[in-house]
Ligand binder design. Sequence first.
Ligand code: GDP
Length: 528
Amino acid sequence: MTFLEEVNRRRTFAIISHPDAGKTTLTEKLLLYGGAIHLAGSVKSRKTNKHAVSDWMEIEKQRGISVTSSVLQFDYDGCRVNILDTPGHQDFSEDTYRTLMAADSAVMLIDIAKGVEAQTKKLFAVCKERGIPIFTFVNKLDHFGKSPFDLMEEIENVLGIRAVPMNWPVGINGEYKGIFDREHNTIELFAKDETHGQEKLESQKGSVDDPIFKELIGEELHQALIDDIELLDVAGDAFDFEKVRSGELTPMFFGSAMTNFGVKPFLEKFLELAPSPAPRKALEETVEPTSEDFSSLVFKIQANMNPNHHDRIVFMRICSGKFEKGMTVLHKQSNKSIRLSQPQQFLATERTIVEDAYPGDIIGVFDAGTMGVGDTLCAANHKVTFGDFPVFPPEFFARVSPKDTMKRKQFIKGMTQLAQEGAVQIFEQQLSLDSYVVGAVGMLQFEVLEYRLKNEYGVDLLNHTLPYSVARWVDGDVDPTTLKGLDNAMVVKDNRERTVILISNEWQMGWVQERNPDVTFLTTPKLH
Ligand code: GDP
């Protein structure tokens, strides 16, 4: 296969949904139909709808499992499919947002009974902003739920995107028997699920006009279906590929992940419509996936996947060029050459060493601590810097130090590694060597920090909450001692030695700005 063919057959996407909509189940069924697993139920679910920290600990215990499901890859109909797994809990949304940076499209999963929920809305907004195509899968069709017409309206009203049904449920709400394919005018009736969704489902498919279907579903329901379809044809949006690509229209599918109903038709149509790897903006140029020069974006870092080894895996999405095992690339941010040895790929239930990979693929490599989330790797003779990575301004601050001063070395190591993962941001205050100031986007991150330092580095943490909620980066080369009005603020340095002001609220910050009219204060650091 040529390089171009390899690029074009990639489909890299994430499933976005509110917890409990069925993401784990659908992911598993896609793997079942993709032949990556043979019996559903072999990928353990990571339930995240209980108390957040205990869940995190649970994930922690199952590290091996949560890690192997960071990205799932399988082949189907000539496509190489990469599913990016996003954590389900709201408190980890920062992680989720970052993962979306690695996707070329998203599947928005909606519970037929619940419709568009809070978390769906937030994640949708991120996808919309990135301009990636969004496909909708309405799940739990085996249950009673909202009418498909009402759901279309809800999607439009709540999310501001028009939906175009690619198929339509056949039968009675709560007891749907199959789906109608609008493109081919066919009905597919699914057999009763006898294996609790463990195995693929049998179905019977044919033209909507075939009298057998009238007989199977009854004349009345058949007529109701014909009426619905006529209404859709007349009043609904026509399918428009360009609008889908630009994120203005979402193709809508119906099914039940649990019973496998509608999963295969969804998968096939989705792979047909979903985009292959898209060009990506760098500061220097737009990087085409078909460019033969290698480039990749680090979107996730996980330390201590194996707690006994203190290893650290950097996950990157290949954006252009072919990746080959052992190749040497430039780490743009440090300007260092890095050899990518032992690259890993994560399949459904195992990890394997990859020999080569193409744009759209995700690989994980071991790294001793050079790389951070958002960083770029590229060919030394073709430098690019990806810059659209979201940075979230911290809103909670604390001073942390080890309870036992003898543990200082482990403390520093742990803090440095966890900060590189993007779990927290660390700041240093001059004159204070034994403690750090840490900033986080949510309170939960402090608890996780404490837990992980103890478990992974054996350090008990002293944790003092600081009374600040605003961080501002001082732009340019300003001597911090010349800044005025900082009586109630703290001046710290971030990990790249940039001056940051921590202050209690926006109002006070406004006051500082007034006193220092020539200084620019930024809400997020400049990337480069
Ligand atoms: P996640 O939190 O989005 O990953 O959701 P899960 O896949 O864990 O599913 C949440 C719950 O919904 C589980 O109890 C599933 O068995 C159930 N579920 C998933 N898909 C379906 C479906 O198609 N129909 C029904 N009735 N339940 C489903």
